[in-house]
Design a binder for this molecule. Structure first.
Ligand SMILES: Nc1ncnc2c1ncn2[C@@H]1O[C@H](COP(=O)(O)OP(=O)(O)OP(=O)(O)O)[C@@H](O)[C@H]1O
Length: 582
């Protein structure tokens, strides 16, 4: 059991003794509310905080849970405990359905997802009030027997919500520490890159959404019995989503415990002011605190504490350098045989953007073990080629066959699993992950598919290889361009790919840095990787490539040995005049 889960279980066990301590009922009722909001805020955070998909529909899932228990126990006479699985299942199914439709559409991210989920709340409310589920008058649960979990009905309700809070916290903690959590954090920072690095983004978002909805529904089911009278007006309003967002932002969304801290703080504050008959002042105080937190602690209370601790760790001496592993010691050069089998074969590859034919029927083979230079004037389609072959963009026509496997139209994460890795011309690291985490996550999700510990070891190896080991705990924003480019390289290599697509890794580097990078690329090939190399720096092209192909207006106009291709009249007129000045 990890430390977080042990702490949650220990705290839960201690709080479970409360009903037998003979304390005034006041404690149970305030703790009920704290646990209630912990379930709602922490469950919301599993999707929205971790992956950045802010949902304003949490009220709908909570409300469906309430109505599930109200209908099954209040109207149909089910024993209350038997209604709770339904209270969790029904919102989870709705979440899966919404996610299945919405998560496929790239345009529905950010504020559109928030608005869409808010709209779901009103749609669900309208259906419930206009059908026999409620029909208007609300549902009474006075006659429903409270399960005898504790010494009194109030303490039984408290114990049930306490158990739900423990479950929710354990789930959030487990998710955060798992591959799912790391994938969700990557989605948060850059979903397209996460997919290209091997994260099955669609599946992960669906899983997180379903879990988040199920836990909100569970809180709703218990709350139906707590309030004992359920109405649409009181259930499906903006209060639940707004409150959980505020609690999570206050506590911090990047840690499972953040929303729990926010939930405890805001509930206690509101209770304090309400008990003193100053409810309005209480709301104003909560609002003022939030303004201060958003302005001065954008990562929330817990986020700030963790940041300070991380900063202290960064100041600590760097861990002893890892021994340079065997794999990075240059071996005898693995030059491709001229008749080596093609690792990648594209046929009729085309990509059209609105009004622009970026790739137009490109046929190309990349042989096992070669460094293929991809050249062409600006706008000729080189980056688009990499974007299409790595799955970043869907192709418009053509076929992609990799190692005999037809990868046409498969999602980008499957291309990564098959062994294709890439760098971005403008580095796109995951901004909230350290350099080490950026590289380790690719070792977990890419072709290597390592477990967390092995992935970290692998990441150290590539940081050592690229000379970034001293910056392992830095955030990408703290790196200069040279280091960010090498981070891109380290990430691509940590996947243990069979084909590496390098998109202008040398642009913007000084001559000394270019020499270093050329040496590095040689060493990558010497380990057996096949490389497609987009570059304008001609001396690097001449020094590194076995073969080059030249694109112009999305069409392949020449291919062969660099010396021959450079003399081709079409290449000279389309590209070389310009390249000479690059
Ligand atoms: N996302 C996009 N949306 C619309 N048009 C695009 C997009 N990406 C590329 N293009 C267009 O496709 C064409 C090819 O662009 P691409 O970036 O592949 O060229 P390139 O050869 O890599 O150029 P450079 O050397 O400047 O990087 C250009 O006309 C470009 O404007």
């Amino acid at each position: 059991m990890n430390k977080g889960i042990a702490a949650i279980v220990a705290a839960g066990a201690a709080l479970a003794t409360l009903p037998w301590l003979g304390l005034p009922p006041f404690y149970e009722s305030i703790l009920y509310l704290v646990c209630h909001w912990i379930v709602l805020a922490v469950s919301w955070n599993i999707l929205s905080g971790y992956s950045g998909y802010f949902s304003f529909g949490h009220g709908a899932f909570f409300g469906i849970g309430m109505y599930a228990s109200a209908v099954f126990a209040g109207k149909l006479g089910w024993p209350f405990l038997a209604t709770l699985p339904m209270a969790a299942l029904l919102p989870a199914l709705l979440g899966l359905f919404i996610g299945f439709v919405v998560f496929r559409v790239k345009a529905v991210r950010g504020e559109l997802f928030a608005l869409l989920t808010l709209a779901v709340t009103f749609v669900v409310a309208t259906i419930i009030i206009n059908t026999p589920i409620d029909g208007g008058p609300g549902i009474y649960l006075n006659a429903v027997e409270v399960p005898h979990v504790g010494p009194s009905p109030a303490s039984s309700l408290y114990l049930m919500i306490l158990l739900a809070a423990v479950l929710t916290l354990v789930a959030a903690c487990k998710v955060q520490g798992s591959k799912l959590g790391i994938g969700l954090f990557a989605i948060h920072d850059d979903e397209d890159v996460a997919e290209v690095m091997g994260v099955p983004t669609f599946r992960y978002k669906l899983l997180a959404f379903a879990l988040s909805c199920a836990l909100a529904g569970l809180a709703g089911g218990i709350h139906a019995l707590f309030v004992s009278y359920v109405t649409v007006g009181e259930t499906f309003n903006i209060t639940v989503p707004l409150t959980v967002v505020l609690m999570s932002v206050l506590g911090g969304t990047r840690h499972w415990a953040g929303p729990a801290v926010g939930a405890a703080a805001i509930t206690a504050l509101q209770y304090f002011f309400t008990a003193g008959d100053h409810a309005v002042a209480g709301r104003a105080a909560v609002g003022a605190i939030l303004v201060v937190v958003i302005l001065f602690l954008p990562e929330g209370i817990l986020g700030q504490v963790l940041k300070r601790r991380a900063a202290k760790r960064k100041d600590a001496p760097a861990p002893a350098p890892v021994a340079v592993p065997q794999a990075v010691v240059p071996t005898a050069s693995v030059r491709p045989h001229p008749t080596a089998a093609p690792l990648l074969e594209v046929r009729g590859l085309s990509k059209a953007f609105k009004g622009v034919q970026a790739l137009d029927g490109v046929d190309l083979q990349v042989r096992q073990g070669e460094i293929l230079g991809l050249l062409g004037p600006n706008g000729s389609g080189k980056s688009t080629f990499i974007n299409v072959v790595s799955g970043h963009y869907p192709l418009s026509a053509g076929r992609i066959v990799f190692d005999g496997q037809d990868l046409t139209g498969v999602p980008a994460h499957r291309m990564a699993h098959a062994g294709i890795a890439r760098t971005y011309q403008i580095p796109r690291p995951f901004a909230h992950m350290t350099v080490l985490q950026n590289v380790a996550m690719v070792a977990m999700f890419g072709c290597a598919s390592l477990d967390e510990k092995s992935a970290e070891r692998e990441a150290w190896k590539w940081l050592e290889f690229t000379g970034l080991q001293g910056r392992a705990q830095a955030l990408p924003d703290d790196l200069n361009l040279h280091q960010r480019k090498f981070l891109e390289l380290a990430r691509a290599l940590a996947a243990r790919p069979r084909l590496v697509l390098l998109d202008e890794v040398l642009s913007g580097l000084t001559p000394g840095e270019i020499n270093e990078a050329i040496e590095l690329i040689r060493r990558i090939r010497d380990q057996g990787a096949t490389i497609v190399f987009v570059e304008h720096v001609m001396r690097a092209v001449m020094a590194l490539t076995d073969r080059i192909v030249v694109l112009n207006h999305g069409k392949l106009i020449a291919q062969g040995h660099a010396n021959e291709v450079m003399r081709d009249a079409q290449v000279v007129s389309a590209y070389l005049g310009k390249a000479a000045h690059a």
